[in-house]
Design a protein around this ligand. Structure first.
Ligand code: GDP
Length: 296
């Protein structure tokens, strides 16, 4: 049988050759397959609905040009709409501010926040030639602070010395002062995560944001957690205000649905993706690749 969406749409629609325009019934049959593919890709239901509505609107009554089959035409509409929803290429980390530019990383524990902080530090240092300081604000887990320090040593990137007894917002301020004195371009603030979304985490993140006035607030979210990641993104955006999202574990996610849901729900760009455990496994986000995955 058909194994990907493009072929399925071809199977449904390409019988209709010789007709001038797609009827509502043809498009409805096709939209059922689109809906199924998106749900299988773990796109949230609301997003699936608004997506299929948008595609349906464009497809019903659309004239089928001779050079393509009806299936190809709808595949193109779906593809273009996926790209439109995922946002255009080229959303990078914005360093356009007076240095030291603070970048705050937020997210749940285990989402890959500390690893991503080190990955980003490495990229900014090696590729963009910036002088980077990393600071862990996770006062609850000394192991997390140590993890960042170890990563920093491996990468030869400075981490803020650990001082016991300080609150996260105080550490953030200390990091910025140290960065100013040391002539750093960028300060990466790795905040504490918890295992679930809770009020305390949000309050703390909001306090750190006030203290550090970061230029970027990046949510680090595990692409494998699907719907939870979307709820998380919404809450963080409402409470703290996000400037972008980093999706991790994309290497283990063949479906790509989290990206679409996150973007559609928050309207915030996915700026980077994590594609492995090593510190070089950080890539730019390319909407066409995710669209390709969903279309199969
Ligand atoms: P934190 O608690 O959010 O700081 O999470 P960590 O940075 O400690 O990451 C948790 C685990 O996920 C570690 O074993 C990382 O190596 C792993 N990890 C992080 N990002 C990725 C990724 O993009 N792909 C894969 N496969 N593993 C990742």
């Amino acid at each position: 049988m058909f194994d990907n969406l493009s072929e399925k749409l071809g199977g449904i629609l390409d019988r209709l050759t010789g007709r001038g325009a797609l009827s509502e019934a043809d498009v409805d049959a096709a939209m059922r397959e689109v809906r199924r593919a998106l749900l299988e890709a773990d796109v949230s239901l609301d997003v699936v609905r608004s997506f299929t509505d948008r595609v349906r609107e464009q497809a019903v009554g659309a004239t089928v040009v001779k050079s393509v089959t009806p299936g190809q035409m709808v595949v193109k509409i779906v593809h273009d709409e996926l790209i439109a929803m995922l946002g255009s290429d080229g959303q990078t980390i914005d360093l356009n501010a007076v240095p030291p530019v603070a970048i705050m990383m937020v997210g749940l524990q285990g989402s890959g926040k500390t690893t991503t902080t080190a990955k980003l530090a490495r990229r900014l240092t090696q590729r963009d030639k910036r002088k980077v300081l990393m600071a862990s604000l996770d006062i609850y887990r000394p192991a997390a602070m140590e993890q960042l320090a170890v990563l920093g040593r491996d990468l030869e990137i400075q981490t803020l010395p650990i001082v016991a007894g300080q609150k996260p917002a105080q550490i953030a301020k200390r990091a910025l002062e140290a960065a100013k004195l040391g002539g750093y371009d960028v300060v990466l603030l790795d905040t504490a995560g918890r295992t679930t979304l809770d009020e305390e985490m949000m309050t703390e993140a909001a306090e750190i944001k006030t203290a550090a006035n970061p230029h970027e607030v990046l949510l680090v979210a595990d692409s494998l957690t699907g719907q939870d990641a979307v709820n998380l993104a919404r809450s963080f955006d409402q409470r703290v205000g996000l400037t972008g999202i980093v999706l991790t574990r994309v290497d283990g996610d063949g479906r790509g649905g989290a990206a679409l849901s996150m973007r559609a729900v928050t309207g915030k760009p996915i700026k980077l993706i994590g594609t492995g455990e090593k510190t070089d496994a950080l890539e730019d986000f390319h909407p066409d690749r995710i669209a390709g995955r969903i279309l199969g």
